[in-house]
Design a protein around this ligand. Structure first.
Ligand code: AMP
Length: 236
């Protein structure tokens, strides 16, 4: 049965709490985060986007992070946690927020636990893991193109723009992320396997984890993610 699309108007006043989207690069965390933003009106905090913004602005953090990101390795826990702490202190995070790309190591997860308990956070942390087959991840990453103006994400294999290399929304030329080349992609997937995958067990042990099949059709993945957020994680 189709239910009418619910929006911020229906969910806007509710406290949601922290949500982590866990998954390999290319698993669709950014796309799913946008659905959650639309429904609950809480901000998406993508550490990758924040770091790229710092690189673009040439900040001290950006200078330290640039070469590491280009190689597809992880920026140090300390730098990333400081950046996240600053972002979470802003008023728009009061009802909740979506962490996209953070935590990525056990040290970051432990830091976040400490951060939340120091603030007496009442709402439980929810972790949604989007699991995607390795070959599909490769196609998603090599085919990914982004509009530098409005941020719309395309994929030349699965979701191409109407006119090659041109954004459907505003006609801007699409760009390829600097780290979406074969060498960096392989490094990023290795970093995920080694440093981020252990977080699945970390959060499963804390009964915070819901796993979603990210290989399903995009609408099904979105519906599953939103449904999971309406349930208690250990009952999902
Ligand atoms: P993403 O856009 O999430 O794929 O992140 C792009 C790059 O930013 C990663 O390959 C890392 O170099 C860096 N990065 C993003 N988030 C983190 C994090 N939580 N910890 C360390 N490095 C990160």
């Amino acid at each position: 049965m189709n239910t009418p699309a619910a929006s911020v108007a229906d969910y806007g006043a509710r406290a949601i709490g922290p949500i982590i989207l866990l998954g390999a690069p290319g698993a669709g965390k950014g796309t799913q985060a946008k659905q959650i933003v639309d429904r609950y009106g809480i901000p998406q905090i993508s550490t990758g986007d924040l770091l790229r913004e710092n690189v673009k602005l040439g900040t001290e953090l950006g200078k330290k992070a640039k070469a590491i990101m280009d190689r597809g390795e992880l920026v140090s826990d300390e730098l990333v946690c400081d950046m996240v702490a600053e972002r979470l202190s802003r008023p728009d995070c009061a009802r909740g927020y979506i962490l996209d790309g953070f935590p990525r190591t056990c040290a970051q997860a432990e830091w976040l636990d400490g951060y939340l308990s120091a603030r007496g956070s009442k709402l439980p942390l929810r972790v949604i893991k989007i699991a995607v087959d390795y070959d599909r991840l490769l196609k998603r990453l090599t085919g990914r193109r982004t509009c530098p103006v409005c941020g719309t994400i395309y994929n030349i294999h699965f979701n191409p723009p109407k006119v090659a290399n041109t954004c459907d929304q505003d006609g801007a030329a699409l760009s390829l992320r600097k780290d979406d080349n074969e060498t960096s992609i392989s490094e990023r997937l290795k970093a995920y396997e080694k440093q981020t995958l252990p977080l699945t067990d970390y959060y499963r042990a804390r009964h915070a984890l819901t796993e979603i099949n990210g290989d399903a059709a995009p609408e099904k993945v979105s519906a599953d993610v939103l449904a999971a957020l309406e349930q208690r994680p250990d009952k999902a």
